[in-house]
Design a protein around this ligand. Sequence first.
Ligand code: SF4
Length: 207
Amino acid sequence: MSDMWQMAKAFYADWRRYGKDAKKHEVWIRKHARNRGWSVNPRWMIYTNLKLWIADSEAMYGRRYCPCYEPSDDAELNRRLICPCQFAQEEIDTTGWCHCTLFGRGDLTAADYKRAEDQLMAEYRGTPLNLTGGVLDTRDQHMDVLRGLPVPDAIHQVKRAIGAVGLPLVVIVATRTEALHLERLAELRSMRSEVAEVEDAWRVTLS
Ligand code: SF4
């Protein structure tokens, strides 16, 4: 299945799940941007997706964590990841937009946001998955310098792999926390999950 088709399918599935929540997020996003003198991504598709992904993050983890990052074992870091995160101002000052492209400098144009979005998509979909024979190894990804977290995280890789090859899927993750997150994803998406500790990693079978 092509990347475009996978993204469209995921969009409609998320819309069915979280469409109502997206409206709730609209309110604080606009208010926060006004208070900080930031702009909000004016591109409808990515902006709608970002609101849906925030709603998904809330359903997954119980907090409004950054839609681009999976929370870790570090409670203090997780607190800083709640959107609008504590990294956003530094990113807006240096590159013009926050990592996920939800917020940007006040003078950013739609064309600037398009450029930002292209970079974001290259980061999350431009690199090949480490997927062989139905086994996805999510470890050893590029680390985001500011947060010290992998990009893309295990959850993003798993969603992409399911879109590409379907189920069953065996997933190797580095930490127990990531394994628990996959169990939660399975619960939310009506999948079955089996978790096992293997040598220095965790193996989660999704079916
Ligand atoms: S990077 Fe942007 S979208 Fe992600 S948490 Fe920070 S402010 Fe929110």
